[in-house]
Ligand binder design. Structure first.
Ligand SMILES: C[S@@+](CC[C@H](N)C(=O)[O-])C[C@H]1O[C@@H](n2cnc3c(N)ncnc32)[C@H](O)[C@@H]1O
Length: 289
């Protein structure tokens, strides 16, 4: 496990994922009844953007956040959900003792969720790397309604579902370091839905080759539950970039979330694209005829 999320904190993929996560949480909260937020691949929780990322050869890695949240920070003409997300990031900086206008810290998915959850909601955060899990545990030690587990997120799906609340939002955000990740996701999601058929499950995935994305979509169609995908490409199909964008696959999506996501995607694409051909889209997975 070489992946460290610190390298990527606040990049375009984080912005996309966290804006949509915020929209999903708000949609879950349209009902008064509490729910479980289960983050299977939680990371460290929060990131100090001033700490440089060092490559194995000792060189300093270029930070990725300037081309991500950096392109939105300070903008005044954004749709409500993106402003809402930026306000959360500002709140996170304030909590870290940085109330100014400068962006110094970036919240990972655990803090995005924590800043939104109500007293009747709770969260379980899983992280496999012991050092990151320890940092996460330390960060949330004084928070109520949060459990941090140092364990495999896919195993946690079996252990944590169904929750007492009978409602859950699951975020599966793996590092995609191995070729078996897509197969692990399919197994994990199958386990989750067997235990809680109505669970809202959001899976983040990278877009490299179109055929691979289509194969991934096909495997999730086999689960036979409503499935929505949202994708953001920062470059066109023919780009030389290996990762051209990313997507979020949402199983059992909350009512009208497709409309809400469609309202923010064009703005994210316009602001975050790095090459001509960058685009965004959202659609329902439907079986091929
Ligand atoms: C993409 S990062 C998560 C970022 C986080 N969700 C966020 O949005 O801020 C993936 C994390 O999963 C952890 N990880 C890798 N394999 C795991 C597994 N099988 N179970 C739980 N965590 C895992 C990695 O150490 C890494 O911190």
């Amino acid at each position: 496990m070489n992946y460290r999320h610190h390298y990527h904190a606040g990049n375009y993929a984080d912005v996309f994922k966290h804006v949509l996560l915020l929209q999903l949480i708000r949609a879950m909260q349209r009902k008064e009844k509490g729910f479980l937020y289960l983050d299977t691949h939680a990371g460290r929780g929060g990131y100090d953007l001033a700490v440089p990322s060092i490559l194995p050869d000792g060189r300093t890695r270029e930070p990725e956040h300037p081309a991500g949240i950096g392109r939105l920070w300070g903008a005044t003409d954004l749709p409500v959900p993106i402003n809402d997300y930026l306000a959360l990031v500002r709140r996170f900086n304030e909590r870290r003792g940085e109330p100014g206008e400068e962006l110094k810290f970036y919240p990972g998915s655990p803090w995005i969720a924590k800043l939104l959850l109500r007293p009747q909601d709770r969260m379980v955060l899983c992280e496999l790397r012991p050092d990151d899990a320890e940092a996460l545990d330390f960060d949330f030690a004084r928070e109520t309604g949060v459990k941090v587990l140092t364990m495999d997120g896919y195993t946690a799906l079996k252990a944590q579902l169904p929750p007492l609340e009978k409602r859950a939002l699951v975020l599966i955000d793996p590092p995609f370091e191995t070729k078996v990740e897509f197969a692990d996701i399919q197994r994990g999601v199958t386990d989750a839905l067997r235990r809680l058929p109505g669970a809202v499950v959001a899976v983040w995935y990278p877009i490299t080759e179109r055929a691979r994305t289509e194969e991934f979509h096909r495997t999730l169609l086999e689960l036979a539950v409503p499935a929505l995908f949202a994708e953001l490409s920062i470059a066109g199909e023919s780009s030389l970039l290996r990762m051209k964008g990313c997507g979020l696959l949402i199983l059992n999506p909350p009512w009208q979330i497709d409309r809400e996501i469609r309202a923010v995607l064009p703005v994210l694409a316009e602001r975050l694209k790095v090459e001509a051909g960058g685009s965004a889209g959202c659609g329902w997975l439907v079986p091929e005829q």
